[in-house]
Write a protein that binds this ligand. Structure first.
Ligand SMILES: Cc1cc2nc3c(=O)[nH]c(=O)nc-3n(C[C@H](O)[C@H](O)[C@H](O)COP(=O)(O)O)c2cc1C
Length: 405
């Protein structure tokens, strides 16, 4: 057993203000490494190990694929940054080292269990980019039925824990970031046409899942259910995505769209509403967050879903200058709670009479995935933060998976 379960109210309360029974003793606490860097450096330099200061320096200079200084809308419009020649060359060399591991997923045969989590890809250009970087299933950034501006920049800040265990903004990237977007969205006509463009040219061995969320107008239960019905219908009939993901757990919204999964009656009604709308087995995924209620959630809805996707970014207070902002925490720091939760969910699913797949998210990347592989969980793996910072994340994770097959 790699994971130890401890009740650590203090730590988890500090982590995100929500009590949880899950906490992983940090196997990396002393190493302080992130991402592909150590592995990549080792690979590029034969067996020569880099010293830790060099690696940290490299990390601080990492150039994200998403422009953190520009708004979500400018990023959407301009697409990812151009890869450098060196990066292109490394990607080509990595490709030669990866063996496909054919896997059935949502009726298709894909090349690995590695995918892109909802977030980094808001439109077809970004989706295509990540598909080419080796992600074999792709989940769109969440869209809405109504145009929504979302929050102003900064949306993504580098964060680290201070000596009191609180998150605060830092100037250097250490693997953990905020997600403070508030789910901006174009109006449906725009994203429907754009996603259609993507599904038309989607290779047969890649899966595309469209993510959507309801937008409170009246904010009644009926309205929430009806909006999810409409979204799943669009995903199936207009966009022709391979599946639909209901985002029920966005961490930085003022209304209740972010915690719909905690109300298991409403959750069930949303899912049954979607099932009734599409009248067949069209794949439905639900994206949920931190909870102490996983048994109940699975008991209530496990039989109606095709995918359970977790962990969405837990909401946490972050100190920025003299202010405190509630943001979703994403990236490296998250694996400490997401990994034991994934192990628990895997156990609950396997011990029950359920057929749903599990997509794991939360601090997954080349330097952490091995801990999940050692546990031999039957899950798919997704990345958001790693994918936004390293063009090599998918291919490196695949290389590591190869070692276990
Ligand atoms: C910049 C950013 C934007 C995100 N946007 C969404 C979103 O629109 N919908 C969603 O369900 N999750 C969203 N997420 C959450 C991720 O899908 C994922 O659950 C979480 O970040 C944990 O994975 P990570 O540690 O690999 O980042 C976003 C994450 C990031 C970093």
């Amino acid at each position: 057993m790699v994971f130890t379960y401890m009740t650590k109210d203090g730590i988890i309360s500090n982590f995100c203000g929500i009590k949880s029974d899950f906490y992983l003793n940090d196997p990396f606490e002393d190493s302080d490494l992130f991402s592909s860097d150590p592995i990549l450096e080792e690979w590029l330099n034969g067996s020569q190990k880099q010293n830790i200061t060099t690696i940290r320096k490299k990390l601080e200079n990492i150039l994200p694929l998403y422009n953190l200084e520009k708004s979500f809308w400018e990023n959407l419009e301009n697409g990812p940054r151009q890869l450098t020649e060196k990066e292109e060359e490394i990607l080509k060399r990595l490709e030669l080292l990866v063996d496909p591991q054919k896997t059935n997923f949502l009726g298709k045969k894909i090349n690995s269990k590695i995918g892109l989590a909802a977030g980094p890809a808001p439109n077809s250009e970004w989706l295509k980019f990540y598909s080419e970087l080796g992600f074999d299933f792709l989940i769109s950034k969440t869209v809405r039925l109504y145009q929504h501006d979302g929050h102003d920049i900064p949306n993504i800040m580098y964060v680290d824990k201070n000596s009191n265990g609180e998150f605060e903004e830092t100037s250097n990237f250490r693997g953990t970031i905020t997600n403070y977007f508030g789910i901006p969205s174009n109006e449906p006509e725009i994203w429907i046409n754009d996603f259609k463009k993507f599904t038309k040219q989607l290779p047969k061995d890649k899966v595309f899942v469209m993510s959507g969320v309801s937008t409170p107008i009246e904010n009644t239960r009926e309205e929430i259910i009806n909006q999810f019905r409409e979204l799943v219908k669009i995903s199936k009939e207009d966009v022709k995505a391979d599946g639909f993901e209901a985002d029920l757990s966005c961490p930085n919204l003022k209304s209740n769209e972010g915690s719909l999964y905690e109300d298991t009656n409403l959750l069930k009604d949303i899912i049954l509403g979607m099932r009734e709308e599409i009248e067949d087995e069209y794949p439905i995924s639900i994206k949920i967050g931190l909870s102490n209620n996983y048994e109940k959630i699975i008991e209530e809805v496990g039989q109606y879903i095709n995918i359970l996707n977790l962990l969405n970014a837990p909401p946490s207070n972050v100190k920025v200058d003299n202010r405190t902002i509630k943001c979703g925490i994403c990236g490296r720091e998250l694996y400490k709670i997401s990994f034991p939760i994934l192990e628990k969910i895997n156990e609950l699913r396997n011990n029950g009479d359920y057929n749903f797949e599990i997509i794991g998210a939360g601090g997954i990347g080349p330097s952490t995935i091995e801990y999940l592989l050692k546990e031999d969980l039957d899950i798919f793996y997704s990345m958001a933060t790693e994918a936004m910072f390293s063009p090599f994340s998918a291919k490196l994770c695949k290389m590591i998976i190869n070692k276990y097959n």
